[in-house]
Design a protein around this ligand. Structure first.
Ligand code: NAP
Length: 311
C-alpha cells in the first residue's frame, strides 16, 4: 500500500468554491492538496457562456475553471486525482481515504457540490446517452437541426434550453406548472427566442424510443388528464440537484436531504471539517457564492490552526 500523504488542509472538490478555499489556505502558508475524481472546474466545465461572474463580461465555463485552477496553483496548492471514500478521525487528525491513496491533515474542506437529479420515468435510464442527457454543453452538437425537449422550469432548464436553441431546430420546454421558476432575465430571453416552445402543466410520464434512440416524450396534461406526446430526438433533464454527500453520511453533518449544515464561517459541527458551495444547505447556488464561501473557509482553516497552535 502506498504511503499516507500529509497536508495541513485537504480540500475535496475542485469547483470554484474548492479552488478558492485552496487559494486562501495556500496564501496563508498552509500546505494544501485539492482532491477531485475528475478534472478541476466542477460544474463550470458543463457550462457555456458565464455572464454573471463579476469581472468577466462573457467567459466560457472551462476557461474560467482553468483561470481559477491556475490562481490556486500559483499560490502553492497541489492537485491530485482521487475518488474520496471516507473521512476518518484520529484525535485532531483527519484521514481521507480515496480509491488511489490516503491523505492526512488537521483540516478538511468539503466542496463536492451537487449533481442533476434524475426524473425517474420509464425510458430515462434505457435511453441515457441515446437521446437522454443531463448536459447540454456536452451533447448539443448531437442534435443540430433536430427537435429537442427540456424538462424542468428552473434556471438550469432555461439556461441550457437557450444554449440548445443555438443549434437545435426547436427546443420544447416541458414544465409541470404554468409558470417558470427560472430568474426573470432568463425567462425573458426564453420567451423572446423563436425556437423555444413551452408545454405547461405537463407531467412527463415516459421517454419513448425505437430501441436505439429517443423518438418522443409522453406526458399527461394535468388540466385535462389527457395523455399526449411530443416528437423529439433528444431530451435534456433539469429537474433539480442533489448534494454529493453519500460518503460523508456517518459524520452526522448533513440534514435529512443530505445537504451539509454549517455556520456562517463554513464550520460544520465536527471540529476541523468545513464545507462550502453547492453542497451546503442554503438558498443561492452560484459561482459567485461558492467563491465567496471558499474565501471564508480558506481563512477559517487558518484561524483554526492559529487556535490549535495557541493550546
Ligand atoms: P431547481 O431550481 O430546483 O429547478 C428544478 C425545476 O425542475 C423546477 O422548475 C421544478 O418544478 C422542476 N421539477 C422538479 N422535480 C420535477 C419532477 N419530478 N418532474 C418535473 N419537473 C420537476 O434546479 P436547477 O434549475 O437545476 O437549479 C439548481 C440551483 O442552481 C438553483 O439554485 C439555481 O438558481 C442555480 N442555477 C443558477 C444558474 C444561473 O444563475 N445562471 C444556472 C443554473 C442553476 P417546480 O418549479 O414546479 O418546482
Amino acid at each position: 500500500m502506498s504511503e499516507r500523504k500529509n497536508y495541513d488542509v485537504i480540500v475535496i472538490g475542485a469547483g470554484p468554491g474548492g479552488l478558492t478555499a485552496a487559494l486562501y489556505a495556500a496564501r496563508a502558508n498552509l500546505k494544501v492538496v485539492i482532491l477531485d475524481r475528475g478534472i478541476y472546474g466542477g460544474q463550470m466545465n458543463n457550462t457555456a457562456g458565464i455572464d454573471n461572474y463579476p469581472g468577466f463580461v462573457d467567459i466560457q465555463g472551462p476557461e474560467l475553471g482553468e483561470k481559477m485552477y491556475q490562481t490556486a496553483m500559483n499560490a502553492g496548492a497541489e492537485f491530485a486525482y482521487g475518488d474520496v471514500q471516507s473521512i476518518e478521525q484520529d484525535g485532531n487528525k483527519k484521514i481521507v481515504k480515496t480509491d488511489s491513496g490516503e491523505y492526512e491533515a488537521g483540516a478538511v474542506v468539503i466542496a463536492t457540490g451537487a449533481v442533476h437529479k434524475h426524473l425517474g420515468v420509464a425510458g430515462e435510464e434505457e435511453y441515457a446517452g441515446k437521446g437522454v442527457s443531463y448536459c447540454a454543453v456536452c451533447d448539443a452538437a448531437f442534435f443540430r437541426d433536430e427537435d429537442v425537449a427540456v424538462i424542468g422550469g428552473g434556471d438550469s432548464a432555461i439556461q441550457e434550453g437557450l444554449y440548445l436553441a443555438q443549434s437545435a431546430k426547436s427546443v420544447t420546454v416541458i414544465h409541470r406548472r404554468d409558470q417558470l421558476r427560472a430568474k426573470a432575465e432568463l425567462q425573458q430571453k426564453a420567451f423572446e427566442n423563436k425556437k423555444m416552445k413551452f408545454i405547461w402543466n405537463a407531467q412527463t410520464e415516459e421517454i419513448v424510443g425505437d430501441g436505439n434512440k429517443v423518438t418522443a416524450v409522453k406526458y399527461k396534461d394535468k388540466e385535462t388528464g389527457e395523455e399526449k406526446e411530443v416528437k423529439v430526438a433528444g431530451v435534456f433533464i433539469y429537474v433539480g440537484i442533489q448534494p454529493q454527500t453519500a460518503v460523508f453520511k456517518d459524520l452526522g453533518i448533513t440534514d435529512e436531504q443530505g445537504w451539509i449544515l454549517t455556520d456562517n464561517n463554513m464550520r460544520t459541527k465536527v471540529k476541523g471539517i468545513f464545507a462550502l458551495g453547492d453542497v451546503r444547505a442554503k438558498e443561492l447556488r452560484q459561482i459567485a457564492t461558492a467563491v465567496g464561501e471558499g474565501s471564508i473557509a480558506g481563512q477559517e482553516v487558518y484561524n483554526y490552526y492559529q487556535g490549535l497552535n495557541e493550546k
